[in-house]
Design a protein around this ligand. Structure first.
Ligand code: COA
Length: 373
C-alpha cells in the first residue's frame, strides 16, 4: 500500500477573543432583562425565572477560559445574542471560504506545495453556510487549484473522517495531494441564551495537506499509519436546522434549530467509546498505548480528555502528552484536534507515534495514528 503523509497544517484564528467573564456578563444581562420583562408572570407562578450563569462554573465544568469568535459585538449584545455576519454578494468570497483559504494557504506553505500540486479540496466541518455550490469548490477556485472538491459533514469528527477520505484518494491514485479544510463557525449555531451550553463553542478553521510520502518535500511531516472511523446513532447531540424547516412554520426559530445536547449523557457514553476506539485502533497496528508520544484529542471538555487518557494509558496524561487548547479556543468542533496537532506537533523525534482523535455528534469517533518522519 502506498505510504501517505500529513505534510503540512494551517490555522485561521478569528480576531475576537471573548473571556468567560464577558460572555457571562452579557448572558446575565439577558437573564435579568427577561426576568424583569416577565416579572408578573413569574410572580403569578406561570413562568420560572431564568438563572444566571457563572464564569467559575464554566471553567470548572469544562476547562474553557475564553474562545475566539468571528463576531463579538452581536454575541455580547443582550438584545441580540448571536453573531452579526453580514450577508455577502455572490461575487464576493463567502466567509467560510475566506477562513478556509487562510488556513489552506498556511498548510500549503508548510507542505511546500503550490496550487498546481493539489488535486482535491475537501471541506469537512459541522455546518456549511449554504447547501450549494460547495464551499470546497469556492475555495478550490480561490486558490487556483485544478481537480475537484466536495463538502462533507460528520460534525465534530469531520476532520478525521476527511483525512481518511484524503488518504484513500492518495492511495488509490485519484489525487496526488489533498487539502482537508475545517472552517467552523460554531458561534452561528450556538444558543447564547441557553445557560447549559452558551459557553461551549468557539470559531476557527484548520487545514492539512495529505499526500504521497514518496514525493513529499516538507521538513515536518507525519506518516499516516492507519485511520479508523466509527459511528453509532444518538440524539444526545442534535441540531434540527435544515431545508425542511420551512415546510412546518411552527418550528422556525425554536431552540432545537440550534445546537442542543444532553451534556451529562454525552460525557458518560462518549468517553468509554473513545477510549476503547483508540486502544482497539492501536492494538490493530501493534502499538502499545504506552508507546504513543502524543495524543491530539478533540477539544470539548477537559475532564472528558482526562478520562479518555486514563482509559487509554491507565494513568493521567501529562499536558505534553495530551496538549490542551480548549482553554483558549473552547470547543471548535472538528477543528479542535487539528488545532492541537498544529500548535503542538513539535518536540517529537523521528519514529515517534501520535494519535489524532475526534469525537462528537452522530455519535462519531475518528482516529488517525501517525508516525513522525
Ligand atoms: N452557570 C452556572 N451553573 C450552571 C450552568 C452555568 N452556565 N449551567 C449549568 N449549571 C448548573 C446546573 O444547573 C446544575 O445545577 P444543579 O446541580 O443544582 O442541578 C449544575 O450546574 C451541573 O449541571 P450539568 O449540566 O450537570 O453540568 P456538567 O458538569 O455536566 O457540565 C457540560 C456541563 C456541558 C460542560 C458537560 O456535561 C460536558 O462537557 N459534556 C460533554 C459535552 C460534549 O463534549 N459535547 C460534545 C459537543 S460536540
Amino acid at each position: 500500500m502506498k505510504k501517505v503523509v500529513i505534510s503540512g497544517s494551517g490555522l485561521f484564528t478569528p480576531p475576537n477573543a471573548v473571556s468567560n467573564e464577558e460572555l457571562v456578563e452579557a448572558f446575565n444581562a439577558y437573564v435579568n432583562n427577561w426576568n424583569r420583562d416577565n416579572a408578573s408572570a413569574i410572580e403569578a407562578g406561570e413562568l420560572e425565572p431564568l438563572a444566571e450563569s457563572s464564569a467559575e462554573f464554566i471553567l470548572k465544568a469544562s476547562g474553557i477560559r475564553q474562545r475566539f469568535l468571528m463576531d463579538k459585538s452581536g454575541v455580547l449584545d443582550p438584545a441580540r445574542m448571536a453573531p452579526f455576519l453580514p450577508e455577502r454578494g455572490n461575487e464576493e468570497l463567502s466567509v467560510q471560504a475566506e477562513m478556509g483559504v487562510a488556513a489552506a494557504r498556511e498548510a500549503m506553505q508548510a507542505a511546500g506545495r503550490l496550487a498546481e500540486d493539489i488535486d482535491m479540496v475537501l471541506v469537512a466541518c459541522s455546518n456549511m453556510q449554504r447547501p450549494y455550490p460547495a464551499v470546497s469548490i469556492e475555495i478550490q477556485q480561490a486558490l487556483g487549484i485544478n481537480g475537484y472538491g466536495f463538502d462533507m459533514n460528520v460534525a465534530c469528527s469531520s476532520a478525521t473522517f476527511g483525512i481518511q477520505t484524503a488518504v484513500n484518494a492518495v492511495q488509490s491514485g485519484q489525487a496526488r495531494a489533498v487539502l482537508v479544510i475545517s472552517p467552523e463557525i460554531c458561534s452561528a449555531h450556538l444558543n447564547f441564551r441557553d445557560r447549559d451550553s452558551h459557553f461551549i463553542f468557539g470559531d476557527a478553521c484548520t487545514a492539512v495537506v495529505v499526500e504521497a510520502a514518496d514525493s513529499a518535500v516538507s521538513a515536518k511531516r507525519f506518516e499516516v499509519l492507519g485511520t479508523r472511523l466509527a459511528t453509532v446513532f444518538s440524539n444526545n447531540i442534535r441540531n434540527n436546522f435544515g431545508f425542511l424547516n420551512r415546510c412546518d412554520e411552527r418550528g422556525i426559530g425554536q431552540p432545537d434549530k440550534l445546537f442542543v445536547q444532553q451534556g451529562r449523557k454525552v460525557f458518560k457514553e462518549v468517553c468509554p467509546m473513545v477510549g476503547e476506539h483508540i486502544v482497539g485502533h492501536l492494538e490493530s497496528l501493534d502499538i502499545a498505548p504506552s508507546g504513543v508520544g502524543r495524543f491530539w484529542l478533540h477539544q470539548a471538555n477537559l475532564s472528558m480528555n482526562h478520562l479518555i487518557s486514563r482509559r487509554v494509558l491507565g494513568r493521567e496524561a501529562s499536558e505534553a502528552e495530551a496538549p490542551v487548547i480548549l482553554d483558549r479556543y473552547a470547543n471548535t468542533s472538528s477543528a479542535g484536534s487539528i488545532i492541537a496537532f498544529h500548535l503542538h506537533g513539535d518536540g517529537l523525534a523521528a519514529g515517534d507515534v501520535g494519535v489524532i482523535c475526534s469525537f462528537g455528534a452522530g455519535y462519531s469517533v475518528g482516529s488517525v495514528v501517525v508516525k513522525k518522519c
